[in-house]
Design a protein around this ligand. Structure first.
Ligand code: LP5
Ligand code: MN
Length: 247
């Protein structure tokens, strides 16, 4: 870990940036973040949905190159960087990791945050009432399907995703907000399974610090999306805060 003498120890968490070439304002805010405050951190964790869509590490576009370069420069400067897949960029693979110096973590990972064991995850798997999504997820996470998909030419993959996307969109429009939020019993179960009192996740785009009803010492921190502002969790041994940055 990198420790600066003049900046307090802290670790940064971000998620749900949904970076895409059609939102240069978000990309700009992200680049600025990576080149300035991220450089001062002990580590950066990206908890999924960094990209609006990532259909493979063979993405040849200058946009993909630009984002990879930001990570490469950050890790080269000595800041360890970790990534957990989201539901939109679960196809980020080892080639991306190698090119950027980013370490890919398991879906649910326990980290030691200055002495506090903490479970980190994207958050989609906590929404267990969203059964149609979970069925979709199980399908696209099948290793054999991904194996085949990863071997298709980039342009063909783009065409397939475009077709699947419109079916998905109309299905999502029929869901209620409650279905698309986390299920409290599942949150508690995951925290108990990992023997932790702190959980950090994204996905729901409902930034908040929740003190669990069932147990007064358990806390769930939800990261915000980057749709209309940058959203960052800064965690230090002295405390933590959810912050925003204007686009
Ligand atoms: O991200 P958000 O908030 O918009 O919505 C999510 C859920 N949606 C998704 C879909 C992604 O946006 C699209 C990901 C595409 C990536 C490339 C895939 C390439 C295929 C790879 C093959 C190996 O994750 C949404 C949730 C919401 O979060 C809240 O939790 O509700 O879920 C859905 O809307 C999913 C639908 O309910 C399922 C509809 C099934 C349609 C049939 C598709 C056919 C499957 C083909 C498989 C190859
Ligand atoms: Mn998500």
């Amino acid at each position: 870990m990198k420790h600066s003498t003049n900046v307090l120890m802290h670790t940064l968490f971000i998620s749900d940036l949904h970076l895409s070439p059609v939102r240069p304002d978000i990309t700009q805010c992200f680049s600025q973040f990576m080149r300035t405050e991220a450089r001062q951190a002990d580590a950066l964790y990206v908890l999924g949905d960094l990209f609006d869509f990532w259909i493979g590490d063979d993405d040849p576009t200058p946009f993909a190159q630009q984002i990879k370069s930001e990570f490469q420069q950050l890790t080269a400067s000595g800041v360890p960087c970790f990534f957990i897949h989201g539901n939109r960029d679960f196809l980020i693979g080892q080639r991306f990791a190698k090119e950027t110096g980013v370490t890919l973590l398991e879906q649910e990972t326990v980290i030691d945050l200055y002495g506090t064991p903490t479970v980190i995850l994207h958050g989609d798997t906590l929404c267990i009432e969203d059964v149609r999504y979970l069925a979709f997820r199980a399908k696209v996470h099948k290793p054999w399907l991904q194996w085949i998909f990863n071997r298709l030419p980039y342009v063909l993959k783009k065409r397939i995703v475009k077709r699947v996307q419109s079916d998905i969109r109309s299905d999502k429009e029929q869901k209620t907000m409650a279905i698309m939020d986390v299920t409290p019993s599942e949150v508690l179960q995951v925290m108990k399974k990992h023997h932790v009192d702190l959980m950090i996740h994204g996905h729901t785009h409902r930034p908040a610090i929740h003190h669990l009803m069932e147990s007064d010492n358990k806390v769930r921190i939800v990261l915000g999306d980057w749709y209309s502002q940058g959203s960052i969790l800064s965690y230090s041994p002295q405390g933590y805060k959810l912050e925003s940055r204007s686009l």
